[in-house]
Every structure is written in structure tokens, then in C-alpha cells.
Design a protein around this ligand. Structure first.
Ligand SMILES: NC(=O)c1ccc[n+]([C@@H]2O[C@H](COP(=O)([O-])OP(=O)(O)OC[C@H]3O[C@@H](n4cnc5c(N)ncnc54)[C@H](O)[C@@H]3O)[C@@H](O)[C@H]2O)c1
Length: 248
């Protein structure tokens, strides 16, 4: 497949789970990929997986909430391939705590990783994309940004913020050739969700019209679509690979 062979991409949080699946899928469709992750060994492992599959990737360790680290990921892409035409803001963390017990530091860290991280990535990507007159940004939000979640007010607020950021930036830049969209996954089988109790996962799966969780590859397929010219009239949208949990 070569649907994405024109792209040089940065994917954040691509050392595990959904981000890794996205990096593998983009590379499988011909994109050259910078694999960012907080954890250097995980990023290296994704790069090795891409190379083993015949793709092209480079690692860039860094924290998406730190401007210099974000800059390093883009500089890696630009130095290797002359620019960055595709950004997937995926890095994220989850913490369950009721708002009454939530420390201000818990709130600040959640907003920093998700919303500031997404802002910093978009801000760094957008200038060169506008200069080139083309580019695509895919922001990984969550259905909890649409419906909220108990013990997840900081996470849900950050994800709702990402959806708002996506729509606003899309309005600013789409006429100049840059498309910005979001993905709001439902429950997806990653380490994070597999770590929850069997009882919780059984009860949640029973609520889903499809009856089961999605896989990271299902989200990756959605991100690859939004990155591709197949999605050329998708602007400011939030697509929902969510097993039918949320229907908008
Ligand atoms: N798994 C789900 O059910 C689900 C549902 C909806 C949305 N999401 C979102 O999808 C994204 C990926 O989630 P996942 O389930 O694959 O999680 P995961 O924990 O499996 O992977 C997240 C990756 O991001 C990295 N990371 C964390 N903080 C970082 C930072 N500050 N800078 C750079 N990298 C960082 C981690 O090291 C890890 O490799 C997140 O934004 C998450 O909120 C997940």
C-alpha cells in the first residue's frame, strides 16, 4: 500500500498501544515516521518493528508537554526528510480520581500532557504546513471528551478541549490546504484498559452495541484514513471508532 507515501509524519506516544499501531499503519502505507515517546526504549522498539516490516522510522524520545522536546521530534523529521506533512497527537495518560479528591497537580499534569501537548504539536507543525500549502493533523481525543466519565473529569475536560482545539484550528487553516481532524475512540484493548478488572471490562463490553472493545489497529485505520486524500473533504471532524458506545 502506498496511500501515504507522500507523508513524513510525527506520531506522539507511539511506543505502545494505539500510538504504536498508528505508527505501524502509517509506515505500512508508505509514510516515513518519527516515533515519539516519553519512554526511549519503547520508541526504539516501535522503530525496530517498523523496520522489520520494511518501513522507515526514526525515534525521538520526549515529553509532549515540553516545548523543546516537541521541537526535537519535528527537527528529527525535518532533518531526515525535509519537513513534516502529517502530525498525529496521540500521547496520553489516564488517572482515575474523583474531583473532590483531585489534587491541583493531578489536574495540571492531565491538561499538560493532553491539551498542552496537542497545542504544542499543532503549533510547531502548522507554520511549515501552511508554507507548503498542505498537511494533515489528526488529534486523538476520546469519547469521554463527548460524554464525560466518572473519576475522569480532568481527562474528559482535556479531551473535550482537544476536540474544541481541532475544530478551531481546522477553521483557521483548511482554506490554506491543511486539514485538522480528531478521533474519539471508545474502549480499546491496550495495556491501560487490560489493567482494569475483568468485572469492569465484562460489564463495559455488555453495554456496547458491538459487544466487544476495539483494537489499537481499529483506531489506526481511522487515523490513516484521516491522514489520506480519501478524507480530503473531512475538516474539523471527530470520528468515533467506539463499538457503538456513543452515537452522535
Ligand atoms: N485505550 C483506550 O481505551 C482509549 C480510548 C480513548 C482514547 N484513548 C487515547 O488514546 C491515546 C493512546 O492511549 P493508549 O490506550 O494507547 O495508552 P498507552 O498507555 O497504551 O500508550 C500511551 C503511550 O504514550 C506515552 N506517553 C505518555 N505520556 C507521554 C508524554 N508526556 N510524552 C510522550 N509520550 C507519552 C506512553 O509512554 C505510552 O507509550 C491516549 O491519548 C488516550 O487518551 C485511549
Amino acid at each position: 500500500m502506498s496511500r501515504l507515501s507522500h507523508h513524513a509524519a510525527v506520531v506522539t506516544g507511539a511506543g505502545a498501544g494505539i500510538g504504536r499501531a498508528i505508527a505501524l499503519r502509517l509506515a505500512g502505507e508508505g509514510a516515513r515516521v518519527v516515533v515519539n515517546d516519553l519512554d526511549a526504549a519503547s520508541a526504539d522498539e516501535t522503530v525496530a518493528m517498523i523496520a522489520a516490516a520494511g518501513g522507515t522510522a526514526l525515534a525521538a524520545q520526549g515529553d509532549v508537554s515540553v516545548e523543546a522536546d516537541v521541537d526535537r521530534a519535528f527537527a528529527t523529521c525535518e532533518q531526515a526528510w525535509g519537513g513534516c506533512s502529517l502530525l498525529v497527537n496521540n500521547a496520553g495518560v489516564v488517572q482515575q480520581v474523583r474531583l473532590a479528591e483531585m489534587a491541583p497537580d493531578d489536574w495540571d499534569r492531565m491538561i499538560a500532557v493532553h491539551l498542552r501537548g496537542c497545542f504544542l504539536g499543532c503549533r510547531r507543525a502548522i507554520g511549515p504546513m501552511l508554507a507548503a500549502g498542505s498537511g494533515a493533523i489528526v488529534n486523538i481525543a476520546s469519547q469521554l471528551g463527548q460524554i464525560g466519565g466518572i473519576e475522569l473529569s480532568h481527562y474528559s475536560a482535556a479531551k473535550a478541549g482537544i476536540i474544541g482545539l481541532t475544530k478551531s484550528l481546522a477553521r483557521e487553516v483548511s482554506a490554506a490546504g491543511v486539514r485538522v481532524n480528531a478521533v474519539a475512540p471508545g474502549p480499546i484493548n491496550t495495556e491501560l484498559v487490560l489493567a482494569l478488572s475483568d468485572d469492569w471490562r465484562k460489564a463495559k463490553a455488555a453495554e456496547l452495541p458491538l459487544g466487544h472493545f476495539g483494537a489499537p489497529e481499529d483506531v489506526a485505520a481511522t487515523a490513516a484514513f484521516l491522514a489520506s486524500d480519501d478524507a480530503k473533504i473531512y475538516v474539523g471532524q471527530t470520528l468515533g471508532p467506539n463499538s457503538g458506545d456513543v452515537m452522535l
